[in-house]
Design a protein around this ligand. Sequence first.
Ligand SMILES: Cc1cc2nc3c(=O)[nH]c(=O)nc-3n(C[C@H](O)[C@H](O)[C@H](O)COP(=O)(O)O)c2cc1C
Length: 369
Amino acid sequence: MSIYEWLFPCLRPLPAELAHKLGHWTLRLPVPWAGSAARDPFKWNGIQFGNRIGIAAGFDKNAEVLSGIDRMGVGFVEVGTILTEPWGGNPKPRMSRIPSEKAIWNRLGFTSDGVAPVAARLGRYRRSNRSDLVIACNVALHPLTVKTAGEDPGFLDRARQELARLARELHGCADLFVVNLSSPNTRGLRDLLYGPGFRDELIEPLGEEIAALDAASGRTERTPILVKLPPEDADGKPWTPDSIAACAGPLCAPGACDGFVAVNTSIGLARDRALSPDPDLPGGLSGAPLLPLAVAGLRMLRELRREDQLLIGVGGVDRPEDAVALQCAGADLVEVYTGMIFHGPGFPAACARALAAEKPVKRGARHDC
Ligand SMILES: Cc1cc2nc3c(=O)[nH]c(=O)nc-3n(C[C@H](O)[C@H](O)[C@H](O)COP(=O)(O)O)c2cc1C
């Protein structure tokens, strides 16, 4: 029996956030969680991934357990969401597990230490480790900035400066950036993604800032920027080909972003379960019920994306076969989060082995396996 299997029944009665903290603590133990890690090399844009499985954003928001994540045998991790300044998130209750559905409801709302300590931890990890763990930095606008969108004419300038600052402070330690405009737990954030003005005026200048940083540091390949997408439209209804094209289509134009992470948690599924005390902030649902939305979203995105854009699939991977389903729907790489909470730190490596055992899928192919 693994340590996790022994520990999980003890964690179950604890509040979800406390259990998460204890889980983080156990990851610091020098235990090789993965058994045999899968070698399944994948190269994109000059970045070499050891295998196709990563840990999704939100698990290591502040770069505190990178060595433990590396010992899980994954190819990459999305650290964050990272904000410019510290933020404590939304009031409690803000997270609970739904074991009967293998799901988690949360409306944490960006609990971040702020970019300075996170960049310092990432820098220390990079200097003291020989690991080939690929690190994506997931960044977002600060909730206090988002609050002023639509009211304050200086909003766009401030938002651009904020993203530029995140890029400058994290550039040396990020293999790629993910811009998170899809968290359902910061009021007004998703509106920036659905509104074309904001989306284009924020992502393009960030690309220019990163290109300048690449040039100044002598980096030959451009540090890519991906955009994290929700599983649904502005009303919380699952994507249709038209609604996803209206949102993500412009981001597939030449020179726009370098790919997508799809999908974030679902407002629609959270509303159905009425778990939030605040109907204006229903939170987001992750885990098994999200899989069909993630599969459908990826299938539509693979028709929209440019051939050179990367697609990272995430949402509802609760069995290694689900990771394969996301790959078959069009994902080049796959991330896990909630499945790992229910099945333990050996779960990501089991998914990596399942993907490695599959026939390699040609990048950019229109496939369903
Ligand atoms: C507790 C919790 C916190 C999360 N925090 C973030 C976050 O800070 N940034 C982000 O982009 N996604 C965040 N996510 C969303 C995950 O990255 C992922 O998109 C989502 O959970 C779907 O994957 P899953 O079904 O495998 O969990 C969070 C998810 C959970 C459950």
